[in-house]
Design a protein around this ligand. Structure first.
Ligand code: HEM
Length: 417
């Protein structure tokens, strides 16, 4: 029997840092001992309630009269108890976008978000993703080794977004650089967030005056009549909510395909196998591990657990999906997992994220069909933050091949990073 991960000074499980990065399921087991929801430290000096039960998560996500998404209700933040430079503020601090809105305000912002996302042509999205993936593979194909995270998965969704947003090549290069800093969650992350917001501001100005067929133009021209600030924050939210989970999802599905004999032996049979690996990854490795932050509007209880008003309550999509009380033998084709969340804030981009992840994986496998994972599983660690279940690196080796074979197909996009 292994020893459980250490507790914080306040006696809570630590939903961040080294132990979550190396043994996430142990931390979820520790959290489950408190019942359907329990207190956790999510960053130094920051505490939240975390729901680990699938049933309690579904109840909360659909109970909009008791729970709000408005981060301005966070009492510890309002009273200055949360460190100003806390790494969780990038995603938990209030912004005027769908993610933090309730009721009619959410309905208006979600109307604009849903309509804009629905206008993305799936064939074009497939073509952009394929071309961007080829650009990235072209940079490593002659080396015989690559890091699937740093070289491919982290950058692919960014290249795709840069094109979907209608960035000029110069704005695309700046956006990719800013988001890479932001994603690193290192000392340059705060500057990355500022730079990214600056790029979106310029883009919104540009597309208000020169509209095109892109997400930015559709957002600023939508009949919901968003202000510039709202349009910028809606776009910030779609990239912020989309990039890391899509990268993590690709990585876990590729990991399954390369590691698991029942998949690896079947790779030649193509699409079906990739789809199954993607579905399985959503159950076992929810890319958005702990998020869907809510605040009780008044003191309440959730299946017997006291929930005080104004405290952040996170849904552990990762723990809910692996809840031991779920019916055993649920097939991976069953869609009751919570990787996309549930209720009014369920991810609006499921089919678009699927096109990006599936096309990205198929393109990489087409070119690097002989790749093998170069690290044993126990050495694949996660990024340290509480929100994403995302590997830091996933090195692979393969027989080196000539880049000439893919250069022609990979026309330059925003891929100047
Ligand atoms: C193209 C890529 C993606 C885009 C554009 C996108 C966009 C968004 C947006 C705009 C929201 C906020 C919806 C609202 O509050 O009404 C959202 C929520 C969410 N998305 Fe996605 N997403 C993408 C990929 C993913 C992936 C790959 C996952 C994980 C499998 C994911 C999981 C979630 C979850 C769990 C939420 C709920 C967050 C919350 O309520 O706080 N998303 N997404």
């Amino acid at each position: 029997m292994t020893t459980p991960p250490p507790l914080s000074a306040q006696g809570c499980p630590m939903l961040h840092g080294e132990h979550l990065a190396t043994r996430p399921q142990k931390v979820y087991d520790q959290l489950r001992t408190a019942g359907p929801a329990g207190w956790a430290q999510i960053a130094p000096g920051v505490h939240a309630l975390v729901v680990t039960s699938h049933r309690a998560a579904v109840t909360l996500l659909n109970d909009t009269s008791t729970y709000s998404k408005d981060a301005r209700r966070w009492q510890a933040l309002a009273s200055g108890e949360v460190p100003q430079d806390s790494p969780v503020l990038g995603l938990m601090g209030f912004r005027p976008s769908v993610l933090y809105a309730d009721g009619d305000v959410h309905a208006r912002l979600r109307w604009a978000m849903d309509d804009c996302i629905a206008r993305i042509n799936p064939h074009e999205l497939h073509e952009i993703t394929c071309r961007s993936a080829l650009t990235l593979v072209g940079r490593v194909i002659e080396k015989g080794r690559a890091d699937l995270m740093g070289d491919i998965a982290d950058t692919l969704p960014l290249l795709v977004f840069a094109e979907l947003l209608g960035c000029t090549p110069e704005l695309a290069a700046r956006m990719v650089r800013a988001c890479q800093d932001l994603i690193s969650a290192g000392p340059q992350a705060a500057q990355g967030a500022v730079d990214f917001a600056g790029v979106l501001h310029e883009l919104v100005q540009l597309r208000r005056h020169q509209p095109g067929q892109d997400l930015t133009s559709w957002m600023v021209g939508h009949p919901a009549q968003l202000t510039d600030d709202e349009a910028i924050n809606q776009l910030y939210c779609s990239v912020g909510a989309g990039v890391i989970p899509t990268a993590a999802w690709m990585a876990w599905a590729l990991h399954l395909l390369l590691r698991d004999d029942s998949y690896a032996g079947n790779l030649a049979s193509g699409t079906l196998t990739v789809r199954r690996a993607l579905e399985k990854a959503l159950w076992e490795r929810s890319p958005m591990a702990n998020f869907s932050v809510h605040y009780a509007r008044h003191d309440t209880h959730l299946y017997g657990v006291p929930i005080p008003a104004g405290v952040p309550v996170l849904i552990s999509h990762a723990a809910a999906n692996t809840d031991p009380s779920l019916a055993p033998g649920l097939g991976y084709d069953n869609r009751s997992h919570l990787a996309w969340s549930a209720g009014p804030h369920r991810c609006p981009a499921v089919s678009q994220a699927t096109v990006i992840a599936q096309t990205g994986i198929e393109t990489v496998l087409d070119q690097l069909w002989d790749m093998e994972l170069a690290l044993p599983d126990e050495q694949i660690t996660l990024r340290h933050g509480p929100f994403h279940q995302c590997p830091t690196q996933m090195p692979v080796t393969f027989r080196s091949k000539s880049a000439a074979r893919i250069r022609a197909a990979a026309a330059p996009t925003g891929g100047t990073a």
